[in-house]
Design a protein around this ligand. Structure first.
Ligand code: ZN
Length: 377
């Protein structure tokens, strides 16, 4: 249980982990006080704090301020903490309003009340009603997903894959064999039974389906310089399955009826709505989690994690091209920087490891599609 004047969240900024540090924050009339940050940067006043909604489906509160050492962000995701924060925000805003409206109160009080009633009726109330509906849907989705077993998810994935496969040209060969071998190495001991495929498609793309179906395009294989870079993308996609980001995103975009049919076992209805999975976008938090945990999985599997970082750099350099994986995975400098920092924090023995045993140039040479810098085949 969180005390009303205490909230928990993840903090980013100078002095915190690049993947965000879990932190307890006290809230008061003055502002915030972070449990571990220094006096100047860890005690921002309300006047210096901006708060907005963010994260997947705007389910989080993003609290931002500028300290001496730089910019800080605190994301608050759990319901009691969000509620506590909202109560304090309301008080802080009211205090501010009281100061500002001291003059207005002496004016025409009736006009003042009516204009406020108008603004509330026309703008604020409908938004509040909508927000409540979405909030309930969010909770229902989370509840629904927690009731889906791995076996059910696999069944759902099978159906989605069967639908998606019709739009893909799957190929075999040394590239597909390599993807399968690296994939098997990265998923040892997982509760999911993975299947890896290569699709003959020049766009630089890879995507995961619920239950462990992962497809990588030849365009991505052609852009990569070595097997370690391919492993980096696979490690990231695998985490979207392991953390159920794909299932989560699909259920949310499919809507309430599909969510209910999923829970009550009517998988056909849910699968039909999940065929647009290729364009599914994840939240920044999910992307950051997939990067961080993908990196760990590479290290555990004895694969150099530098390939993951280097592929992100490659992607950001190709920003002008139409890159599928890029559009669903913003390859911002932040992500590169986070990965680079995470790699620098590792022991050298985790980074400098035996290279993967593939002649990558030979694998690329026999790919049916060759990526050209102008993005056309
Ligand atoms: Zn991703």
């Amino acid at each position: 249980m969180v005390e009303p004047n205490k909230i928990i969240g993840l903090a980013w900024g100078p002095g915190f982990q690049s993947t965000g540090s879990p932190i307890e924050v006290s809230i008061s009339g003055h502002g915030l006080r972070l449990a571990t940050q220094d006096e100047h940067d860890g005690m921002p006043a309300w006047s210096k704090i901006s708060v907005r909604q963010g994260g997947f489906n705007d389910s989080q509160m993003m609290v931002e301020w500028h300290g001496r050492a730089g910019n800080y962000t605190l994301t608050v995701s759990d319901i009691p903490s969000i509620a506590a924060l909202k109560v304090h925000l309301k008080t802080a805003t009211q205090n501010n309003e009281n100061l500002k409206s001291a003059g207005a109160r002496r004016g025409d009080r009736a006009t003042f009340i009516w204009s406020h009633a108008f603004i509330w009726g026309i703008f604020v109330l409908p938004i509040l009603v909508l927000a409540t509906i979405l909030w309930e849907h969010e909770r229902l989705t989370a509840w629904a997903i927690s009731h889906v077993t791995v076996k059910q998810e696999r069944k759902l994935g099978e159906q989605i894959f069967a639908l998606t496969k019709r739009q893909l040209t799957l190929i075999e060969g040394p590239g597909a064999n390599m993807v399968r071998e690296i994939g098997a190495r990265l998923t040892q001991g997982s509760a999911y039974h993975y299947e890896f495929y290569v699709a003959n498609d020049a766009s630089v793309n890879a995507f995961a389906m619920p239950g462990g179906f992962i497809v990588m395009n030849t365009g991505l294989l052609a852009l990569a310089d070595n097997a370690e870079q391919v492993a980096g993308v696979l490690a990231h996609e695998i985490q979207h399955v392991e953390k159920r980001h794909t299932l989560n995103g699909m259920v949310k975009s499919a809507g309430l009826m599909a969510t209910i049919s999923l829970v009550f076992g009517d998988l056909n209805g849910a699968a039909a709505l999940g065929s647009d999975l290729i364009r599914l976008k994840f939240s920044r938090q999910h992307e950051a989690d997939a990067d961080a945990d993908g990196l760990k999985a590479l290290v555990v599997s004895g694969i150099s994690p530098t390939g993951m970082r280097d592929f992100f750099q490659k992607m950001s350099e190709k920003e002008t091209l139409d890159l599928g994986w890029f559009s669903s995975h913003p390859a911002s400098n932040d992500r590169f920087t986070s990965l680079d920092a995470a790699i620098k924090a590792l022991l050298p023995t985790a980074v400098v490891v035996k290279p993967l045993p593939y002649d990558y140039a030979a694998i690329k040479a026999v790919l049916p599609v060759h990526f050209k810098p102008d993005g056309k085949i």
